[in-house]
Design a binder for this molecule. Structure first.
Ligand SMILES: NC(=O)c1ccc[n+]([C@@H]2O[C@H](COP(=O)([O-])OP(=O)(O)OC[C@H]3O[C@@H](n4cnc5c(N)ncnc54)[C@H](O)[C@@H]3O)[C@@H](O)[C@H]2O)c1
Length: 349
């Protein structure tokens, strides 16, 4: 079947397009506005592949979505298009409300029209991709289950929470067959270097400071991006409509331990020219306002019901990630050429 992937030019979306295109079962139709967060090189290896095509478009644009639904007659949609960076949502929340809430609203309306037209294949469903951040912060113990109460802290997570509620409401009210997934922090190749892991790798290679928020003790449950992409395809193929699935990597680490792990890999692979250890570049910076202390996902439902579990552990996934950034200077250069200056934290006013 054709699968419409919104946001397929971004970090997770491009990994998903590769997995769909190479599945031999489906074709990925990437529908993406190609904002600053998308890199055309991320899908370059799929150019000319039968299992992949690209349509430039905005999820807030009803006509563009109607063309996409009519043009490719998808049997499923996986919705990833979003503004995704928490720091940017603190600097300027409006774009997050526009894209993440109104964009999801428009996609649901367009899916509804597509279903009403009778042109959707039997079994059509829409997977809405969300985050563990909608559940707020955990204490030192416990993990989020699918029934954890919503308690978002940032403009980003509040906008994602709103979109999750829309996806559920459109199923109950209009019968749009939606499924919601909530995943933990992803890492891996092709992530835009405003996020912690690629930022630390690229800064370390250039001998720049490695910024760490607050005391470095914020804990995230790290999920390798290809494991997540496999989970999303499994949910589209076999998940139950109306359900939600939590997806975590089972790899809880404090930010400072992530930074130290990257530094150790770089010490071995790319020793510093003047000697010394990369970890000496680490620099604590003022904490993000509203910074949740800890997230951790209970993924037992998706494992029990769909047979999914992560293949990579943190050591193997991080080694692949560091090697990919070291081996792909063209991709990294394309990001730098686009007037983006790496930063972590709020923009300086
Ligand atoms: N990266 C993570 O760790 C993580 C964790 C949990 C959930 N998520 C969710 O997964 C999804 C993908 O995340 P990502 O890290 O790949 O994000 P990303 O920022 O790398 O990519 C987002 C993509 O959406 C596209 N886009 C933005 N606005 C659009 C619009 N109006 N119309 C069409 N396309 C538009 C961008 O061009 C980009 O290609 C998001 O919904 C995000 O909230 C990500």
């Amino acid at each position: 079947m054709n699968i419409l992937v919104t946001g397929g030019g971004g970090f997770i979306g491009s990994a998903l397009c590769r997995i769909i295109a190479r599945s031999g079962r489906h074709r990925a139709v990437n529908f993406d506005l190609m904002t600053y967060a998308a890199n055309p090189l991320s899908n370059a290896e799929l150019d000319g592949c039968d299992g992949y095509s690209f349509m430039r478009g905005d999820v807030r644009d009803a006509e563009a979505l109607a063309r996409a639904f009519d043009g490719c007659r998808p049997g499923g949609v996986i919705h990833l298009a979003a503004e995704s960076h928490v720091d940017r949502s603190i600097d300027g929340p409006r774009a997050f409300l526009d894209t993440n809430i109104m964009g999801t609203y428009q996609l649901l309306q367009s899916a509804r029209e597509y279903l009403d037209s009778g042109r959707a294949p039997d079994g059509f469903r829409l997977v809405h991709v969300s985050t563990d951040e909608v559940f707020g912060s955990l204490g030192p113990e416990g993990r989020f289950s699918e029934t954890a109460p919503y308690d978002p802290s940032s403009p980003y997570s509040a906008s994602k929470a709103a979109a999750d509620h829309l996806a559920r409401a459109w199923r109950r009210t209009y019968g749009v067959p939606t499924i919601v997934t909530n995943c933990s922090n992803n890492y891996g190749p092709r992530q835009f270097p405003e996020k912690l892991i690629p930022l630390v790798i690229l800064n370390a290679v250039e001998e720049l400071p490695l910024p760490v928020y607050g005391d470095g003790g914020n804990v995230r449950d790290w999920l390798y991006v290809e494991d997540h992409a496999r989970a999303l395809l499994a949910v589209l193929e076999s998940g139950a409509v109306g359900e939600s699935y939590n997806i975590g990597g089972g790899a809880e680490l404090a930010n400072i331990d992530v930074v130290l792990a990257i530094c150790r890999l770089l010490d071995a692979r790319r020793p510093r020219a003047g000697g010394g250890r990369h970890e000496d570049l680490a620099a604590f910076v003022p904490d993000r306002p509203g910074h949740d202390r800890r997230y951790a996902m209970d993924s037992r439902k998706i494992t029990a019901e769909l047979g999914w579990k992560p293949i990579e552990d943190f050591a193997s996934g991080m080694a692949k990630t560091v090697d990919w950034y070291l081996g792909n200077p063209d991709w990294c250069g394309a990001v730098a050429a686009d007037s983006y200056r790496r930063r972590l934290g709020k923009a300086k006013s």
